[in-house]
Design a binder for this molecule. Sequence first.
Ligand SMILES: *Cc1c(COP(=O)(O)O)cnc(C)c1O
Length: 239
Amino acid sequence: MTGRKDELAANLARVEERIAAACAAAGRAREEVTLIVVTKTFPASDVRMLSELGVRHVAENRDQDAAPKAAACSDLPLSWHFVGQLQTNKVRSVVGYADVVQSVDRARLVTALSKEAARAGREVGCLVQVALDAGVSGRGERGGVAPDGIAELADLIARSEGLRLDGLMTVAPLTGEYAGRERAAFERLMDLSTDLRRNHPAANMVSAGMSADLEQAVAAGATHVRVGSAVLGVRPRLG
Ligand SMILES: *Cc1c(COP(=O)(O)O)cnc(C)c1O
């Protein structure tokens, strides 16, 4: 193994231990939580090694980086998640490789995703990104829709050709009433998921938790954690 692959294997093992311990502490089965490795800013060679190490879900947040990486890794058995703020002019490209878009936060984006998914003959999974720090604008600083906007967006996704409503995603807020209270933020997301599933029982994905707070997310009931730096190391540049 190369040095880098050893490093990734060791990091993955540590993250796996953390997830397993968090599941055990919460009385949850390990299989209830899926690890998504956020590979943004890291090269396709890392993605390939992660695949060889057994990773099955990867996430990216910028189409410019993700599109060539996904193309270079198209022979690998990976699911690609898009987790960044998404402009409608990038939607055609993203639909070309993304299995799930986790950052759906406005109707215009749903319309664009549906049009391109239908055009490509693909089904794209969608998570509504929830901003628990949304201001009066109803939107979060890092994307996301305020909780009272979830139902309308979810209904729109559910009736859009080429799209599948999979659930909810959030990033723990840095500001507002949930700043520094990750566990409370993730519990709020779980409550919102319970509400959503009354009308959309299959939309049971809850994506929450990153390197610093995956334990809190697992404790709250997250089904998917998105872990970047704890697996790949400190990112070479902001992403
Ligand atoms: C970068 C990113 C992550 C991973 O963050 P780490 O702190 O590196 O684990 C998770 N979710 C989203 C939306 C991200 O942009």
